[in-house]
Design a protein around this ligand. Structure first.
Ligand code: 5GP
Ligand code: ZN
Length: 139
């Protein structure tokens, strides 16, 4: 259930302090210690799960519901123009803390955060191979 060397497990158990905005038996939300915007919040399951795809559907539902409430609170209390919900999975994707979390980041027009993705085109053949593999896996 918990991982002894995990800071978010320690936060869940109250071993490490945090500015908890909300908690119940299975999920919590607290301010990011190193924010990229005022109100940058982390929404986290209390159970030690590393990646998004490991969530069972009940916990996924509870976690996304809290994420939505946090987003609503940021919109109404900080008057931000929008927000990002980000979930980094694996070090290749920028995950530093190996305990699943959603970042909810308030955004203001022109704030310049998380600027443009670099896009590119790949071949029709590669695209079609990828389409076949993923759609088969999902069916
Ligand atoms: P990741 O790159 O894993 O998606 O993001 C981890 C986030 O956790 C970072 O934004 C970092 O600032 C935040 N963080 C790391 N350690 C702590 C901590 O002890 N307390 C809080 N509140 N946030 C933390
Ligand atoms: Zn953990």
């Amino acid at each position: 259930m918990e991982n002894n060397s995990c800071i978010f497990c320690d936060i869940a158990n109250g071993v490490l302090p945090s500015e908890k905005l909300y908690e119940d038996a299975s999920v919590m939300a607290f301010l990011d210690i190193n924010p990229i915007a005022d109100g940058h919040t982390l929404v986290v399951p209390k159970k030690h799960i590393v990646s998004f795809h490991e969530l069972d559907s009940n916990l996924a539902c509870t976690l996304t519901s809290l994420t939505s409430k946090v987003a609503e609170a940021l919109l109404s209390e900080l008057n931000c123009d929008g927000y990002n919900v980000l979930c980094n999975n694996g070090s290749a994707a920028g995950q530093v803390v190996s305990h699943l979390h959603f970042h909810v980041i308030p955004r203001f027009l022109g704030d310049g955060l998380l600027d443009k993705w670099q896009t590119y085109e790949y071949s029709e053949q590669r695209r079609s191979e990828i389409f076949d593999k993923i759609s088969k896996r999902l069916s």
